[in-house]
Design a protein around this ligand. Structure first.
Ligand code: NZQ
Ligand code: ZN
Length: 395
């Protein structure tokens, strides 16, 4: 990696009770009237929403509420938010939730600040030139959207899930209180931890000729070991503050370019998974766990040494100098065994409760290849045929 860029403009406010500062920070970043955007039930049920609204009032800010964001957030909600913000003269959007709520808030921010149909920007027909100011109160450690430049939205018309990454798509601030994640169901905790790990793994598996800085490799490997260690603790003790804090900060660092510049990463598993969560409505991290092993076995021969390094440095598997391939494969098996240990699927059958049909495999690959107009991946460049093979191997 001889050239890279990092842009991380989000202010982080981390620690217990920090959600009570939401109003203060909205005001600091210029808000007069705030859209408080949230998901299904969790933020209401835990009392978080009331605490956030009280802090907005204390700061002298007006606000309107818009809840109902679903996991794998949808375009119709983004459009509803844009309309509401226009009607109500909202000038700041505050996401209270996880990746889905934050991504929906980013979509609304784009829709407010750019002309025409907001989907045209996700479909790469037009270029984003601005975004309304955003903040986040994070409730699940997973997607890393609180400090990433990315928003992923599903267009219900055709169920197309598309990511949009721009320099405008950063939150001004993110409030991160690990206590807010105590109420997560075990499956969401595990799915979030998987997503965090895969954000680092996608960057770890760059194009074979890329030289990765040893420092970045070290940070990446430490992060992976750290998440595995604390995921097991958080699953046993959901209200263990230290475990939740370790996971939460790992989630942010995993996707804010600290473990590698995203332009050098592979990202195939994310592209393959986005089609699964859009077709079957599954949790994103669980979808990643279901395809990662099949992807890894399909591509590892491109750079056996890199997979062997993962095995040795993350799983402490002794390096077999006579047969590095065996070490690489042991590492892949160890990763899958960890996913199983935390209750994640390692096949699509385990993910959705049935085998994929041949028609479904073809449809997934067709959509993932943007109707056969693109390849994906850098570690190994994958054609539509390769995508089909990986879905088939994972089915
Ligand atoms: O809707 P509520 O009731 O809040 O329930 C949510 C949802 O059902 C629940 N939850 C969240 N916080 C909770 C809680 N339940 C109890 N207690 C809490 N404290 O968890 C469920 C999942 O929430 P969601 O926001 O969907 O999770 P996540 O953060 O994993 O976000 C997934 C979305 O992010 C996208 C994914 O594709 C997916 O659409 N991604 C976004 C990225 C980005 N913007 O940088 C990168 C990622 O790779 C990813 O693609
Ligand atoms: Zn992800």
């Amino acid at each position: 990696m001889d050239h890279f860029q990092i842009h991380a403009p989000t202010q982080i406010i981390f620690g217990k009770n920090t959600e009570n500062e939401a109003g203060k920070w909205c005001k600091y970043y210029g808000a007069h009237k705030v859209l408080v955007h949230f998901g299904g039930h969790s933020a209401k049920k835990s009392g978080l929403l009331d605490r956030v609204c009280a802090s907005l009032k204390d700061a002298g800010l007006e606000y309107v509420l818009l809840g109902g964001v679903v996991p794998n957030p949808q375009l119709s909600m983004v459009k509803k938010g844009v309309e509401l913000c226009r009607e109500e003269n909202v000038d700041f959007i505050l996401a209270v939730g996880g990746g889905s709520v934050i991504d929906s808030a980013k979509g609304i921010g784009y829709g407010l600040a750019n002309p025409g149909d907001v989907w045209d920007y996700y479909a790469k027909k037009k270029e984003i030139t601005a975004c309304a100011p955003l903040g986040a109160v994070l409730t699940i450690a997973a997607a890393g959207s609180e400090m990433s430049n990315c928003s992923v939205i599903t267009n219900e018309d055709g169920m197309l899930k598309r990511g949009l990454s721009t320099d405008y798509g950063y939150c001004k601030f993110a409030i991160m209180n690990p206590e807010l994640t105590y109420t997560l169901p075990a499956y969401q905790t595990a799915s979030g931890c998987t997503d965090i790990m895969v954000h680092t793994l996608e960057r770890y598996f760059t194009a074979p000729a890329t030289h990765q800085l040893a420092l970045i490799d070290g940070i990446a490997e430490t992060l992976l070991r750290n998440v595995m260690r604390y995921a097991k603790i958080a699953l046993k003790e959901p209200d263990n503050y230290d475990a939740r804090a370790e996971i939460m900060w790992s989630g942010t660092l995993s996707h804010n370019e600290t473990t590698g510049d995203r332009t050098f990463g592979d990202w195939s598993c994310h592209q393959l998974e986005h089609e699964l969560s859009s077709m079957f409505g599954v949790a994103h991290g669980a979808g990643l766990a279901a395809v990662w092993g099949s992807w890894a076995r399909y591509v590892y021969k491109e750079n056996v040494g890199r997979f062997a390094q993962l095995a040795t440095n993350v799983f402490h598997i002794p390096y077999n100098f006579r047969n590095p391939e065996a070490t690489a494969l042991e590492g892949i098996a160890a990763m899958e065994s960890f996913f199983h240990h935390i209750g994640m699927p390692t096949s699509i059958h385990e993910l959705i409760g049935k085998d994929l049909t041949e028609d479904e495999i073809k449809e997934l690959a067709y959509k993932c290849s943007f109707m056969n107009t693109r390849t994906i991946g850098q570690f190994k460049v994958l054609t539509i045929g390769d995508m089909e093979n990986i879905y088939r191997a994972a089915k």
